[in-house]
Write a protein that binds this ligand. Structure first.
Ligand SMILES: Nc1nc2c(ncn2[C@@H]2O[C@H](COP(=O)(O)OP(=O)(O)O)[C@@H](O)[C@H]2O)c(=O)[nH]1
Ligand SMILES: [Mg+2]
Length: 362
């Protein structure tokens, strides 16, 4: 009987897969489990390697996502793609030891806890001297915010290795944002009453092959979590980020304009055009760094293409903005209100287009 599905989100982990499947097998035995590799169209052929393993071993399955990115959404989709009553999420790079799985499963199966979390910072856990990991622990502040968000005391709220009933995930899935890397926090915060957590000491190992894709910005993730919990149902998180970046962009625009027009004495039209370009570029950079952190464009080619696409998108948004504002103003709406309406319409338009064409695929 299938008891447990192990979800393995992957981005360029080809060489790690086969040895990991072996380690999962030696931890869980020959049957009762499956592993679902959720690959975001890795360039190194991870999905092909996963299919190769699957042909020889039907316990392994592949979810090959095209035009999608993000660890959190990969984990959610993997957890919803199984009939197993229990699901675990773990990194595919061998940093998480599969040997913990049986104890974690036993605890959740027995009902001792609702969620089993592998923690680096509970007694017996360790981070194998990884400097960047050690920094996270120091943040008592972060842990306090996490427990306020989730109603649960956790020593390692950013853990990416946990196990829980699949039914719990399916129930909470509609409320999960799927943004960023903090999928465990997301699940814990979405549940009321709070889920009962049991921690298992994890000795975090070094990655086996390949390189790290995530630069977890813990403080940023907490801010997002806080926002989601309080205002997320009113204005979607990503749009709020996009809007905030846009507002900062207005400041950049005005600064550039003042510099060129007042200080350097350029003609107004030229100064305005250059300021617009500067502001668009600034917005592209900040959105790529913040709003779409989990799907960030990297590499010179991708960034240049994204930048050009973003400027083109904004040009269309600006047209919509001016058209709406002009129309409203001509109909007798106060000019300030007309301008604001134009700005909101332009922003929604830019957001819709750029999320699809710049950071999405279509
Ligand atoms: N499907 C998918 N997996 C990802 C993505 N980003 C990271 N991963 C996987 O998530 C796990 C953790 O990522 P990693 O780069 O090791 O982060 P680190 O452990 O914080 O350095 C690894 O198995 C990655 O392959 C993504 O955008 N999509
Ligand atoms: Mg890793």
């Amino acid at each position: 009987m299938l008891r447990l599905a192990v979800i393995l989100p992957t981005l360029n982990e080809r060489d790690n897969l086969a040895p990991l499947v072996e380690r999962i097998e030696s931890a869980l035995g020959p049957e009762g489990w499956e592993a679902i590799i959720v690959d975001d169209d890795s360039k190194d052929g991870t999905a092909d390697e996963a299919r190769r393993i699957t042909l020889a071993d039907p316990r392994i399955r592949v979810l090959h996502r095209i035009g999608r990115r993000g660890l959190a959404s990969a984990a959610i989709e993997g957890m919803c793609a199984t009939a197993a009553p229990f699901v675990a999420v773990m990194d595919a790079d061998h940093q998480h030891d599969p040997a913990l799985l049986p104890a974690m499963l036993a605890a959740v199966e027995a009902g001792t806890c609702d969620v089993a979390v592998a923690s680096r910072f509970v007694a017996g856990g360790s981070v194998a001297g990884l400097a960047s990991e050690r920094r996270e622990q120091g943040s008592a502040m972060a842990n306090r915010i996490a427990s306020a968000l989730t109603g649960v005391e956790l020593s390692d709220p950013m853990s990416g290795y946990f196990l829980l009933p699949a039914e719990t995930v399916r129930q909470l899935a509609p409320q999960l944002s799927g943004i960023g890397f903090k999928i465990l926090l997301d699940i814990l915060a979405a549940s009321s009453p709070p889920l009962k957590v049991q921690e298992f000491p994890l000795q975090l190992a070094a990655r086996r092959a390949g390189e790290s894709k995530l630069d977890r910005a813990v403080a940023f993730e907490f801010l997002i979590g806080l926002y989601e919990k309080t205002f997320g149902h009113l204005v979607p998180t990503r749009f709020a980020l996009f809007g905030t970046v846009g507002a900062l962009g207005v400041g950049v625009h005005m600064a550039a304009l003042a510099l060129l027009y007042i200080l350097a004495g350029s003609g107004f039209a030229l100064a305005q055009a250059i300021a617009t370009f500067v502001a668009m570029s600034f917005n592209f950079w900040l959105n790529n760094w913040l709003t779409y952190r989990d799907q960030r464009l990297k590499g010179l080619g991708a960034v240049l293409k994204g930048w050009a696409g973003f400027c083109a998108t904004c040009a269309v948004g600006a047209l919509a903005n001016v058209a709406v504002a002009t129309l409203l103003q001509a109909r007798g709406v106060h000019w300030v209100l007309a301008a604001l309406a134009g700005i909101v319409i332009g922003a929604v338009w830019n957001y819709a287009l750029s999320s699809r064409f710049v950071w999405g695929r279509y």
